[in-house]
Write a protein that binds this ligand. Structure first.
Ligand code: C5P
Length: 397
C-alpha cells in the first residue's frame, strides 16, 4: 500500500527535548518520507543543524530571510507540497505564538502560511504545561484544527515528574501515519491475537516458541490506522502495543481461547496471528521440578484450536488465519483454509517468518492467491489490511 505521506516539514523549537527530534527525523526518513527540517533560533542552542542535515540529506532552515530560498520566499516555498507540518518539540512559547497567530520567524510563518495539517508535539516543564495560559493556548490551537500529540507524563530533564514529556518518537510517527491512512475499516471492530503462548511445565519453566509478536502487533497498528476499533489479545512479548488498541494479555492457549471467546461476538473481523502452542502440559508442577538423574517425561495434550473454534460458530466474524509452513506452503495453507472454513489465510515460510523483521506473504482466498513481495512486517500488515477491507466490504455490496 502506498503511504499517503511523502513530504513533511519537521519544525524544531527550543527545548531540551530538541535532541529527541533527531530520532524522530531518522524514523520519518526510514518510513520513506522526505523531511525538511526548520529550526527556531532557540532550538539551535540545544542541537546543531548538522545533525539533521546528515539524517535528512537536506539543508536545514532557520531564517526567514535565508538567501538559499529562490525568490526569498522561504515561508511559502518550504511548506509547498508538504503533506503536513510536524513541530516536535513544540515549546510553551511557540504554542503561545501560534495561538496568537504571530509570524516573527520562519517556523511560525510557515505554520501560518500553510495549506496542510499541523501537528504539534508539546514538550516542556510540567508547571509550564499546567499553567492556565498554556492550557488556554493549547485549547485554542485545538479549536483551530491543530492536532496535539502528547505530551506524556514521566521524569523530566529538570528532575521533576509530571505531564510535559515529549511523546516518544515512534509514537509520533504512528500518530502521523494513522492520521493519513485511508479509513478502510472505519467503524469496524477487529479482534487480533498475537505472539506465542506459554504452556507451563512447572512454576518457572514452560513450552513456548520463537514468535516475537511483531506481525500481530503490526496488524493491530495497521487496523487502527485504517480506522478500526482494535482489541489485541497478546501472548507474552517484549513489544509495546499501539496506543489506541485495547490490550488483553494472556499466557497459555487456554487463556487466549477464553479471551477470544469473550470478545468474538463483538468483533466484525477476527485475525488470528498468534503462534498458539499445539500442546499443553497435562500435569504442570506448582513447584520448581528438582533436577535428578532420572528421565523426566512430560505428558502433552492437544490445545483447543482457537481460530477453528471461532470460525465454526453459527455467525462467525470474518476470520483470517495465518499458516507458517516449512514445505508445500501453498498446498498446506489452502488445506488449512478449507478445513477451518476461512475466507482468507496468510501463508509464509516458518523458517523465515518467525521472529524476523521482513517477510514474504502469500494470501489465499476464494479468488486464488496473491503474493505480497518481501517487505517489513508493518508494510505487509498494511497490505493485508487493505486486502481484508476489500474482501470484507465486497461481502456487503
Ligand atoms: O493449524 P495451525 O496451527 O497451523 O493453524 C494456524 C492458524 O490457526 C493461525 O492463524 C493460528 O493463529 C491459529 N491457531 C489457533 N489455535 C491453535 C492453533 C492455531 O487459533 N491452537
Amino acid at each position: 500500500m502506498e503511504i499517503p505521506i511523502k513530504r513533511i516539514v519537521l519544525g524544531i523549537t527550543g527545548g531540551v527535548a530538541a535532541y529527541k527530534a533527531a530520532e524522530l527525523a531518522r524514523l520519518l526518513v526510514k518510513e520513506g518520507i522526505e523531511v525538511q527540517v526548520v529550526m527556531t533560533a532557540a532550538a539551535r542552542h540545544f542541537v546543531g543543524p548538522a545533525t539533521f542535515q546528515a539524517i535528512t540529506g537536506r539543508p536545514v532552515f532557520t531564517d526567514l530571510w535565508d538567501e538559499r530560498s529562490a525568490g526569498g520566499m522561504a515561508h511559502i516555498e518550504l511548506s509547498r507540497g508538504a503533506d503536513a507540518i510536524v513541530v516536535a518539540p513544540a515549546s510553551a512559547d511557540f504554542i503561545a505564538k501560534l495561538a496568537q497567530g504571530h509570524a516573527d520567524d520562519l517556523l511560525s510563518t510557515l505554520c501560518l502560511a500553510r495549506d496542510c495539517p499541523l501537528l504539534l508535539a508539546p514538550a516542556m516543564n510540567r508547571q509550564m504545561w499546567d499553567h492556565p495560559a498554556t492550557r488556554r493556548n493549547a485549547a485554542q490551537l485545538e479549536a483551530d484544527g491543530v492536532v496535539l500529540l502528547g505530551p506524556t507524563a514521566g521524569e523530566q530533564a529538570c528532575g521533576e515528574t509530571g505531564y510535559g514529556r515529549l511523546l516518544e518518537a515512534a509514537r509520533i510517527v504512528e500518530a502521523l501515519q494513522a492520521r493519513f491512512m485511508p479509513k478502510l475499516l472505519k467503524g469496524l471492530r477487529v479482534l487480533i491475537t498475537a505472539g506465542p503462548t506459554f504452556e507451563a511445565i512447572d512454576a518457572v519453566r514452560g513450552i513456548t516458541n520463537l514468535s516475537s509478536g511483531k506481525m500481530g502487533y503490526s496488524v493491530a497498528r495497521a487496523a487502527l490506522e485504517a480506522g478500526a476499533e482494535v482489541t489485541l489479545v497478546s501472548g507474552p512479548t517484549c513489544l509495546a502495543p499501539p496506543d489506541q488498541a485495547r490490550i488483553l494479555r494472556v499466557t497459555s492457549a487456554q487463556e487466549m481461547l477464553e479471551a477470544v471467546e469473550a470478545q468474538a461476538d463483538a468483533a466484525d473481523i477476527f485475525i488470528s496471528v498468534a503462534a498458539v502452542a499445539d500442546y499443553y502440559v497435562l500435569n504442570p508442577s506448582e513447584m520448581k521440578i528438582k533436577k535428578d538423574a532420572h528421565i523426566l517425561t512430560l505428558e502433552l495434550a492437544p490445545n483447543p484450536d482457537i481460530l477453528a473454534n471461532i470460525a465454526s460458530r453459527p455467525k462467525p466474524p470474518f476470520c483470517v488465519g495465518f499458516a507458517a509452513e516449512i514445505e508445500n506452503v501453498e498446498e498446506y495453507a489452502e488445506l488449512k483454509r478449507r478445513r477451518k472454513h476461512l475466507p482468507l489465510i496468510v501463508a509464509n515460510d516458518a523458517r523465515e517468518a518467525i521472529g524476523a523483521d521482513e517477510v514474504e506473504l502469500l494470501l489465499l482466498d476464494d479468488d486464488g492467491q496473491h503474493t505480497l513481495p518481501r517487505a517489513d512486517k508493518l508494510t505487509q500488515a498494511r497490505r493485508l489490511i487493505e486486502h481484508i477491507a476489500h474482501l470484507y466490504n465486497g461481502l456487503f455490496q
